[in-house]
Every structure is written in C-alpha cells, then in structure tokens.
Design a protein around this ligand. Structure first.
Ligand code: RIB
Ligand code: CA
Length: 304
C-alpha cells in the first residue's frame, strides 16, 4: 500500500476524497493534517474528524495546522457553507493540536523515501515544513497537489485556482522545492461532474445517506456561485490519480507562481512558448477519464 499523508481543508470535495482514499483500501494513511482554506481551521479540523468517524476510521490521526496563509489574511471559499460541510454541519469538537507541521516532518523521518504527501488545500503547512526542515522534506517520495489552472480560467480570479490563490507565497515555496511533484489542475477537473443520481448509486447506506445530505447544498452552491451544473470533484480526482495513474494523460511543465499581480495573484504560470531550454519542475495531469473515475468512485464508496 502507498504510504500517504493527506493535507486538507474539508470542504465537501475534500470529504469525498478522504472517503475514496479510505474505501479504496490502497493507502496506508499515516495522518490527516488540516489547514484553513475552504473554512476556518476549527471547521476544517472538525469536519476531518467527522468524516473519519463516518468511515469508522478514527484510528487515523488528525493533526491541525495553519489557521491562515503565510503572509495574507484568510479568504475562505463560499460553496462549502458556514460550517465548511453544509448539509452535515458537524458539531463535534475540533480538538486542535496545532502540530501538523511537526507531525509531517516526524512521519517523513520515520519513513524515509516512502511518503507521498497529498495536498487538497492551500499549501501553507507544506511551505512551513520546508522552511522548518528542508533537508528532511527532501526525504519525501512525492508531493501530489490539487490546484492550479494551466490552459483554462481560474475559479477564484480570472486566472488563479483557489488553493493557489489563498496562499501564493506558500505555493511559490513548494513549486520551487526540488522534489518530485505532480499537479492535478482545473484543466483535468472541470470536465468531471457528478450529480445526485450518481451518488444515489452508492450501495453502502452508511455513506450514501450523509453523502446525499451534503452533496445537495454543495451542488446548489456551485450552481449559484460558479454557474456550473453538478458536483465538482477536484480533491477526489487528486486521490484517484494515485489509485489509477496509468489512465491519466500527463505532461511535464515549467511552472512558476505569480505572487504580485493585482489581477493575476495565485496564477500557475506555465512556460508554453516553444522554447528549447525549459527547466520542467512538475508533472501535470491534463486529463482524467470521467467515466472510469465515476465508475471506480461509486464502486469504492459502495464497499462495506
Ligand atoms: O479549487 C478547488 C480546490 O479548492 C479544492 O481543493 C477545494 O476543496 C478547495 O480547497
Ligand atoms: Ca480542498
């Protein structure tokens, strides 16, 4: 099994991604670390604990991390509602530990060369870990990142995707870091939408009932806020890349992060000119087949 840490800001799609990672049975999840992004650190940590309880996997440790970006004020998402998981609105205690960065470093040190860091939110915790112990972070196997927009518009400003937009300084540190990185951007995610009828196919009613409760407001909020029909599956697609990498179309790019632009802050700026000498720093997943993802996602979540 792949040894992973999931850094996340639940968030409806984060919650579905955690469900997929657990139910796939393909991962040794060493920890879930939380970050502020879709909602406050209290909410994202509360929601992560709630999802693990739903999955009967409270054995997976949850360590809370950054409550705001490195240098900026936190700008939260809208589509996840006030609780960050509208429709379920968990009321359990967040039990903030505040030690996500230290725990990420500790787990890497105990599993040299074996840990894949899966990031589903702003990259604040990851950047802090690099700043705190750069040499140890080089012992990571890979960082797999949900975020960015390469050849499509942004979803938080004209050009920037939310996770990069919230903390561009953190993203800049991570993208410059010389470790194997794979990016699952909006380019791969925009074309994959699930609808209530898809989620109703989940045969495991312990999951189907809460998933339907949370997916209805998520779909409604996306339609109102973004004019898009259906549930966008950014984070589950990122986990799915690790489940089925061979079905994904990929290409290496030289990408830098815009941290200054009045209209472009958070943009993942790819070198697209027909230049000879580029220094590719990241593999980008350009396409994930919607049908295969849907089939496998429902199949895994249906497992008892
Ligand atoms: O832009 C989509 C990303 O931002 C997803 O990870 C979503 O959960 C939010 O964190
Ligand atoms: Ca997320």
């Amino acid at each position: 099994m792949k040894k992973i840490i999931i850094d996340t800001d639940p968030g409806h799609d984060d919650a579905l991604a955690i469900m997929l990672a657990v139910k796939s049975g393909m991962f040794d999840i060493k920890a879930i670390t939380t970050v502020a992004g879709n909602s406050s650190i209290e909410n994202t940590t509360r929601n992560a604990r709630f999802v693990l309880k739903l999955l009967n996997r409270e054995d997976i440790p949850v360590y809370s991390g950054s409550d705001r970006p490195l240098k900026r004020e936190l700008i939260k998402a809208v589509v996840h509602g006030n609780s960050g998981l509208e429709g379920l609105d968990p009321e359990n205690e967040p039990n903030l530990s505040g030690d996500a960065v230290e725990k990420i470093l500790h787990i890497i040190k105990k599993n040299l060369g074996e840990i894949t860091l899966v990031t589903l939110g702003p990259l604040t915790n990851i950047a802090k870990a690099i700043l705190k112990d750069r040499d140890n972070m080089l012992n990571l196997k890979e960082i797999v990142i949900m975020g960015g927009a390469i050849k499509v518009p942004g979803n938080k400003n004209r050009v920037a995707e939310f996770n990069m937009f919230v903390d561009p300084e953190a993203a800049d540190i991570v993208f410059r870091f010389p470790i194997k990185k794979t990016l699952i951007p909006l380019d791969a995610c925009n074309n994959v939408r699930l609808f209530k009828k898809d989620f109703q196919k989940i045969e495991n009613e312990n999951l189907r009932i809460p998933v339907i409760s949370m997916i209805e407001p998520y779909i409604k909020n996306i339609a109102e806020e973004e004019g898009v029909d259906g549930a966008l599956m950014y984070d589950p697609l990122t986990v799915y890349y690790l489940i089925n990498p061979d079905c994904c179309r990929k290409r290496d790019y030289d990408i830098v992060i815009e941290t200054e632009g009045e209209h472009t802050c958070g943009m993942t700026v790819a070198e697209l000119r027909l230049k000879k000498s580029v220094s590719n720093n990241i593999t980008v997943v350009e396409e994930i087949p919607e049908g295969k993802f849907k089939e496998d996602f429902i199949r895994f979540l249906s497992m008892s």
